[in-house]
Ligand binder design. Sequence first.
Ligand code: G3P
Ligand code: CA
Length: 277
Amino acid sequence: MRKFNIVWIMMVGACLLMLVGYNDQTKRVHNPDMVSIAHRGASGFAPENTRSAFSKGVELQADYLECDIHLSKDGELIIMHDEKIDRTTSGSGFIKDYTLAELRELDAGSSFSEEFQGEQIMTLNELLDEFYEQIGLLIELKYPENYPGIEERVVSLLKNYEDLSSIIIQSFDVDSMKKIHTMLPELEVAVLVHPSESILSAKKLDELTSFASYINFNVSFLNKRMVDKVHERGGKVFVWSKKDKKLVAKAQKYGVDGIISDFTKWPIDEPIYLVQE
Ligand code: G3P
Ligand code: CA
């Protein structure tokens, strides 16, 4: 009788664990047909690519946080958009010429607003530590050709995570994304398409969709035909824009799979809320 009780308790426990796991996954994406991605975090409300912007993205119920990655002088994966620290921090020069300790001294908040004075830069390790459990991550490798070995470092870090289904790596650099895909095929990669090259030939689409799960475009340089062609090949499409007021309307008309936006009031009058409860 006692043995029966133990088996019964174990079975109920296993069911509960499965349920918790299931809920954890569904929490991450609100509307799988059109996911919302906070560009550089919710960068319309807080300094881009900082902890505050990422927290705001979670608060606004984005499905993914987008961020940009470079390598510091001592080989750390640094989250920042530009190659240089001038625009967004109190310093000047290239990220690659500073160690992580030196970069941590910078104020990465005041250039956005005094309210964020003292905001520190983040590393990819920290982003994963603090946000992996809460939300999906769309991680862009910026100019990977300038950082030999960056792909190996990213892959080595991500191998610490058993479930990579909520992480996507993207870049304008096709060779870099091929390399990541070869090293870690279970990790989805995306190719970002330069606005000037948005009309892709059938041959190019075949090549890209052979390894990339997503082909991502600036919405202003896209049409529905191109989205359909990616879909026909089993790929998905995310779109982004900094300026196009019709970002959401176009995304819906073209039937894309996700929107990368600042969640900003500018230039769109209202914040973009794509979440469907
Ligand atoms: O995710 C798309 C977008 O981030 C690419 O442009 O310059 O903002 O990194 P950028
Ligand atoms: Ca980016």
